[in-house]
Design a protein around this ligand. Structure first.
Ligand code: BGC
Length: 271
């Protein structure tokens, strides 16, 4: 039977991209409360990242804030270098940084397309590559974890639910799905586990319009069988499980944390 110590991340070093707000911040806080040291990566907005660091520290954890644009190779490499200088390695990467630039196809600019693919997909590639190079060098340290490293890719229910007006975003998350599985297949022999979390509608700034008025929230709830909008902490708890030895035999999986959004709720009443 899994003991509670299987969820313990003490001594492990984590990097969470885009963790100065929203889901990323909640994941960082959850990993820290399970005992990991956490890099709070931010693209812009240093103060918010420092606030997350302070929160973690005042709860007795350890964290540092590092700036990097995850879509730029040299910026990502600089961030990993700084992390290794501080903590001498990495055990957990959470590829969380992501954004939306919504437009109908006929109005979508090349910039809107490229920006979303660059941050949501190329960013996951660049960070996974740097982390995996380090995991391979480090190997397994059984004192720390049964695995040499763990990668968690933040996907979305829109890796399977088509989304009109958001084709760039849906394409990026569909890409994340097979990117994650391909890495899992490639890296499993080296004891690197790669999984994804596919959040549904989580109450964060990215989808404020969808929940900020009672009318909008009521409309949104018709898509969520479980009857509530998700909270960032729902994703934090899933990330702790996937990062920990409690999920040691899990790789190449997407964990949908969506209150049932992917259960075709429109069919609940006979279609
Ligand atoms: C999007 C949100 C949306 C949710 C459910 C997420 O991936 O970023 O804007 O509310 O999916 O549709």
């Amino acid at each position: 039977m899994a003991g509670i110590s299987d969820y313990d991340l003490s001594g492990q070093r984590a990097l969470v991209t885009g963790s100065s707000s929203g889901i990323g911040a909640a994941v960082a806080r959850a990993l820290a409360s399970a005992g990991a040291r956490v890099v709070i990566n931010y693209g812009g907005g240093r103060q918010r990242a420092e606030d997350v660091v302070s929160e973690i520290k005042s709860a007795g954890g350890e964290a540092i804030a590092l700036q990097a644009d995850v879509s730029q190779e040299s910026s990502v490499q600089d961030m990993f270098r700084q992390m290794f200088e501080a903590w001498d390695g990495i055990d957990i990467l959470v590829n969380n940084a992501g954004l939306q630039r919504d437009a109908n196809l006929i109005d979508m600019s090349v910039e809107d397309w490229d920006k979303v693919i660059a941050v949501n997909l190329r960013g996951q590639f660049l960070c996974s590559r740097e982390a995996s190079r380090a995991f391979l060098k480090q190997g397994v340290d059984p004192e720390r974890s049964a695995a040499a490293g763990k990668i968690i890719c933040m996907s979305s229910v829109h890796e399977v639910i088509p989304w009109a007006g958001h084709s760039n975003y849906a394409a990026s998350k569909g890409g994340v799905s097979l990117f994650m599985k391909s890495l899992a297949q490639e890296l499993s022999p080296n004891r690197i586990r790669v999984n994804a979390i596919a959040p549904g509608a989580i109450r964060t700034p990215i989808n404020r319009e969808a929940w900020e008025t009672p009318e909008a929230e009521a409309r949104l709830l018709t898509l969520i069988p479980y009857g509530r909008v998700g909270e960032p902490e729902d994703i934090g708890k899933a990330a702790v499980w996937l990062a920990s030895d409690a999920s040691d035999y899990v790789t190449g999986a997407t964990l949908f944390v969506d209150g049932g959004m992917t259960l075709f709720p429109g069919f609940a009443d006979n279609g």
